[in-house]
Write a protein that binds this ligand. Structure first.
Ligand code: UDP
Ligand code: MG
Length: 315
C-alpha cells in the first residue's frame, strides 16, 4: 500500500480568533505523522469557510500563502456545520479524511491514533468523548436523554461521538450515495458499514471565540437525528389515537348510562372539555404529520447541500 494522503477538514464559521492557533496545532500533527511516514508529503489541512462574516476567509487565504499544507474552500453563504463538513469531504481530494472542529475542543493529537487504526485496516474511526465534564449540566443531560431516545426508537448511535472522525476515501465515496438533504451525518455514517474503530479522548472547553452552535441549531440537529431515522413518532401517534378512541367510547357509555338512569346531563362544560381535548390532540397529531410532510417536501427538491465559491484545494 502506498503512503496515503491525509486531508484534515475543518469547518469554520466566524473563527478568526482561533484559526491561526488551530492551524499551527494541526500542522504539528501532520508533521508528526510525516515523521512516522504514515502519510504522504502532500497531506494538508482543508479549511472550509462557511459563509463567515468576519475575517475568517482572509486568514485562510493568508495561511494558504504560507504553505501548501494549508488549503481552503469558501462556500457561497452559510450552509451550517453539516453542509460545510460535507463540502470539504466531497471537494478535497485525498485517501484519508479527518473532520475536526476549528476550535480544537476535540484532542487533535488523537488524529495520530486514528491514522494508525487506518493502517490497521479501519475505514472509519470514530472519535468518542471519555466524559462530558467540560459540558454544561444542560448540554450533558440533554445529550444523554437524546441518545437514549434515539436508541429506544431503534436508531443506531455511537454514544458521545460528534463529527470528529476519520474516513477513508472509499467510505466518503459510499457517503455520496446518500442523497438526503436533511443531513445528520452521525446517523448515516454507521449505516455505511466498513471496518470501524474508536479512539477515546477528553473534550476540552472552547479556548478562543464563542460557540457557533446555539440551542436553536442544536435542537434542529437533534430533530433531524430522530425524524430522519425513525418513524416511531408516527407509531406513537397511532397508539395515542387508539387510547383516545377507547376513552371516548367509555365517555359515551357513561353519557348513555346517565341518560337511561334519568339524570339530566351536565351542561356544556363536559362537551366543551371533550371537544377541546380531542381537538387539541388532533392539532398535535396533524402537526406531527405536517413535520414529516415537510421533510418529504424538502427531500423531493434535491437541493444542493453546499455550493463552492472558491476551491483552492488543488496545488
Ligand atoms: N460551524 C460551521 N457553520 C455553522 C456553525 C458552526 O461551519 O453554521 C463550525 C464552527 O466553526 C466549528 C464547528 O462548526 O468549527 C463547531 O461549532 P462550535 O464549536 O461553535 O460548536 P460547539 O462545540 O459549541 O457545539
Ligand atoms: Mg466547539
Amino acid at each position: 500500500m502506498s503512503t496515503p494522503t491525509l486531508c484534515i477538514v475543518v469547518p469554520c464559521y466566524n473563527e478568526e480568533e482561533t484559526l491561526r492557533v488551530s492551524a499551527a496545532a494541526l500542522r504539528h500533527v501532520l508533521q508528526q505523522l510525516l515523521d512516522e511516514k504514515k502519510i504522504a508529503d502532500d497531506s494538508y489541512v482543508c479549511f472550509v469557510n462557511d459563509g463567515s462574516k468576519d475575517n475568517t476567509w482572509n486568514i485562510i487565504k493568508e495561511l494558504q500563502e504560507e504553505t501548501s499544507s494549508y488549503r481552503g474552500i469558501s462556500l457561497s453563504r452559510n450552509f451550517g456545520h453539516q453542509g460545510a463538513l460535507l463540502s470539504g469531504l466531497f471537494t478535497a481530494k485525498a485517501d484519508i479524511y479527518v473532520s475536526i472542529d476549528a476550535d480544537l475542543q476535540d484532542d487533535e493529537q488523537k488524529i495520530i491514533d486514528m491514522v494508525h487504526l487506518y493502517h490497521e485496516g479501519c475505514d472509519i474511526v470514530y472519535g468518542c468523548r471519555d466524559n462530558r465534564d467540560t459540558d454544561t449540566w444542560f448540554k450533558r443531560t440533554s445529550a444523554e436523554a437524546f441518545y437514549k431516545i434515539r436508541s429506544y426508537m431503534g436508531c443506531h448511535t455511537i454514544p458521545n461521538h460528534a463529527d470528529y472522525r476519520l474516513m477513508s476515501a472509499r467510505s466518503v465515496q459510499a457517503l455520496k450515495s446518500f442523497p438526503e438533504v436533511n443531513l445528520y451525518l452521525r446517523g448515516i455514517i454507521p449505516m455505511l458499514g466498513f471496518p470501524s474503530g474508536y479512539v477515546y479522548y477528553k473534550r476540552k472547553s472552547r479556548q478562543l471565540g464563542e460557540s457557533k452552535y446555539p440551542l436553536r441549531k442544536m435542537v434542529a440537529l437533534a430533530w433531524n437525528g430522530v425524524i430522519n431515522f425513525s418513524d416511531a413518532p408516527l407509531l406513537l401517534m397511532i397508539w395515542v389515537g387508539v387510547l383516545g378512541m377507547l376513552a371516548s367510547i367509555s365517555i359515551m357509555a357513561w353519557c348513555i348510562y346517565q341518560w337511561v338512569s334519568g339524570q339530566t346531563l351536565p351542561g356544556w362544560t363536559s362537551t366543551v372539555l371533550i371537544v377541546s381535548a380531542f381537538g387539541s390532540m388532533q392539532f398535535l397529531f396533524t402537526g406531527i404529520i405536517g413535520l414529516y410532510i415537510g421533510k418529504v417536501f424538502r427531500e423531493t427538491k434535491h437541493r444542493p447541500l453546499f455550493i463552492v465559491d472558491q476551491d483552492c484545494t488543488m496545488r
